[in-house]
Design a protein. Sequence first.
Length: 408
Amino acid sequence: MVKMKHQGRPEPLLPPPAKNNDKLRPRAFSQRGLWVVAVVSLLFLFFALSYFYSSATVTVNPKMKDVVLNENLSATLDVGEEALPFDEIVISGEENKMVQTTQQKEVAVQATGVIVIYNAYSSASQILAINTRLEGSNGKIYKTKKALVVPGMNGKTPGSVEAEIYASIAGEEYNSDPLDFTILGFKGTARYSKFYGRSKDQITGGFKGKAPLISDADKLTATNDLKKSLQTKLYQKATGQIPSGFILFKDAVFLNLDDINIDNAAAKDNMLPLTLKGTLYGFLFNEEKLTQKIAEDNISGFDGSPVYLSNIADLIFSFPDEDNISLTNNLADVKNINFNLSGATKIIWKIDENKLTGDLLGKAKKDFKQIFAQYPDIDLAALSISPFWKMSIPDKAKDIKVIVNYPK
């Protein structure tokens, strides 16, 4: 018997299994696309931010000219269109010193002071002779040291003049706090109540009796020390009051001194107090106008551009000898002065930073040299733009920084 194997239904045919890389291809393509989009987006954002945050820095060196001055100049108190003007500063003060003495002597000293005499009588001026007698509100008699002219009234405002006075008799009893005064010579007339005086300060210095004796040599030494100290103090005070834009040269000052005052009444234990009063007169100059004048005289074809001097305060200021004498004697009435300025300095052109910034706004980088050529007051200029690939200057002033290398 032949045995036969049983055959069932045939198996269906299946496709071969797929390879791994064929299964992942759609997903890999999707990831690469996302990366490309991300990179492009970042680049776009970077360039956009670079545009919004771009900046420019302009560094310039101003034009300069070295000059050695030996310039004679004139100035006037009355400001004119062509004249160089000057102004005045007047400051008064005093300095005190105690001096050791070894001897005594009998002295008789009259008290002194300064008063203001007023004319409320008429618009006509009034002459007062030297030694005009004045009666103080303390009942004592004082006299004027010099002849005076009291100005007349200006409308309803009394005319006035300062006057130095001294006591008619030596002694401490004439020392006083501020007083009111009448003019004895006008008593019994309409002028008596219309001419009057008032102290500016205390009346001091009156003494009679034994007092410490100071030698002429010690007095001279003390006076010179007080003068130096007073001049330094008043000059420092003056420089602190100079208006902005003005300059006071250290040698453009004069010091007028009163006679040294020896207060015998205040002497104690052979220590004698000395007081020196004085008034400092200084001549102020508008720095801009003075610099312009110097530039006009020292630069051929100067066009009036804004300039300054690098060390103007260090220049040597001096008056001609003949003017020194007349100025010292008549400082309060000076209207015109002649002077000399000498020394080495630099004339430096000022750069209008706002105008330069405005001319650069939004301009192409390649146009920078052409713009710079329009500024004859600039000697050298450099431009730096960030980011470096930008080919134009920012169009907003806040994004442009101008650095001017002015000499120190």
